[in-house]
Every structure is written in C-alpha cells, then in structure tokens.
Design a protein around this ligand. Sequence first.
Ligand SMILES: C[S@@+](CC[C@H](N)C(=O)[O-])C[C@H]1O[C@@H](n2cnc3c(N)ncnc32)[C@H](O)[C@@H]1O
Length: 236
Amino acid sequence: MALVPYEEGAGWGARQLHSPWASYRFASHTIRLKQDWRRLGVAAVVWDAAVVLCTYLEIGGIDLRDQSVIELGAGTGLLGIVATLLALKSSSGELLIHILLYHLGAHVTITDRAAALEFLESNVQANLPSEVRPRAVVKELTWGKDLGNFPPGAFDFILGADIVYLEETFTELLQTLEHLCSEQTVILLSCRIRYERDHRFLKMLRGHFSVYEVHYDPSKDVRIYKAQRGSHKVDF
Ligand SMILES: C[S@@+](CC[C@H](N)C(=O)[O-])C[C@H]1O[C@@H](n2cnc3c(N)ncnc32)[C@H](O)[C@@H]1O
C-alpha cells in the first residue's frame, strides 16, 4: 500500500500516527478510532484533512439531514461516522431518532479499498450508536472499478479527505466522481497540497467541474475544495 511520506520519529505528527487510538469530539459524540499504521499504512490512521472537513461540516453548518452521502477513501472512517451523526441531528442539537429510522435505507455510504474494509467496518460499528448504524453502510469502492455497483448520480454529497496523493489513481478518482455526480451533487474534498502532482489533479478536476476553495485551515495546512458540475455559484 503506497504511503504518504513522513519521517519515522519526526515529532508529534508521527507519534500521533503511531498511536493505537485517536479520539475526537464531533456532533456531541466522542469518537474513538483504532489506528494501525504498521498493518495497513495510510488507511489505518486519521489524517488532519479528515479532522478539518469534519469541523467544517459541523461548524459550517452544512446540512446533511435527509441527504444521501458517500465518502471515498474513508480510511479509519472518521468523516463518514461524523457525517452519519450530523445527518441525524435535529435543529435542537439532539439526535433525531424516530421509529421510521429502521425502515429507511442507509444514507451514508462509507467506502475504501477491499484491504481497508474490515478495519474501517470495525471503527464504524464501534462508534455509531446501535440505533443509528442502519443509516451507514461500509462498502468496497476502488476508484474506477465496478462503478456499476453504485447508482450513477445518486448522491447529494461526495466527501473525501486526503485522497488526492497518488498520481496513478487520479484518472480513476476523477472517473469515480463523474460517475457518482449528478448536476446537483456537491463534492467536498479536503486536501493537504504536498506535491506539484496534487495541483495536476486539481487542474484535471477543473476540466470537469466548477471548483472553488471554500476553506483553508492554516494550522493544519489543509484546504477544502467544493466541486460541482456546471457553473454553480459558491453559496457556503
Ligand atoms: C491518506 S488516506 C486518508 C484516509 C482518510 N480519508 C483520512 O483522511 O483519515 C487515503 C485513503 O485513500 C484510500 N485509497 C487509496 N487509493 C485508493 C483507490 N484506488 N481506491 C479507493 N481508495 C483508495 C486508502 O486506502 C486510504 O484509506
């Protein structure tokens, strides 16, 4: 599994990646995630980009209620878990858990490559209250592969945190976004731009979507890009 390079033993950031657990507080819940860098590499640690996008969704008040959401390259699942919790929040801040919940389909689809799925699933199971779990499904999605397993244009939001880093996947990632997107779909990608090739992906993205930088977190050097088909205005 390809790695996002960092130096072993290079201070707090590296220690954080090697820690077996990472804890966060979002949507009035403590989320405690297993990490296992040595076994699964990049897919089994929480990246800053996920934390920044979770904060943006919550603080920015992005309304995910009754929205169909898919996360690509979910890794430990932090973003998908937070999106599921936010999708069920009522305006009073309480979780809206009603009797119909069990009869409604999953609203958040949390995806990654096959090798990462078992680990991802265990974090999702451990962090969603049992009554909320039916709202999230963990599913394999390797970019560009078997896209027929996902209905075209069926999602209101496509989320991705730190998934722009492997040039050999750029074409397939773009193809996946194209497949999943309708005219109304909002794509939110949080990225740390590390290399020139990351700019190349953004250029490819701009060839197919209207792309805007909607947030920059200077403390983590993470940017959030919003992309939509056509020439939609930025309204958040
Ligand atoms: C840097 S990690 C980010 C994980 C998580 N989103 C986060 O921010 O904590 C990149 C993720 O993309 C996934 N990934 C890489 N190539 C992929 C591909 N071709 N198809 C699907 N997922 C892929 C990896 O398995 C990994 O979970």
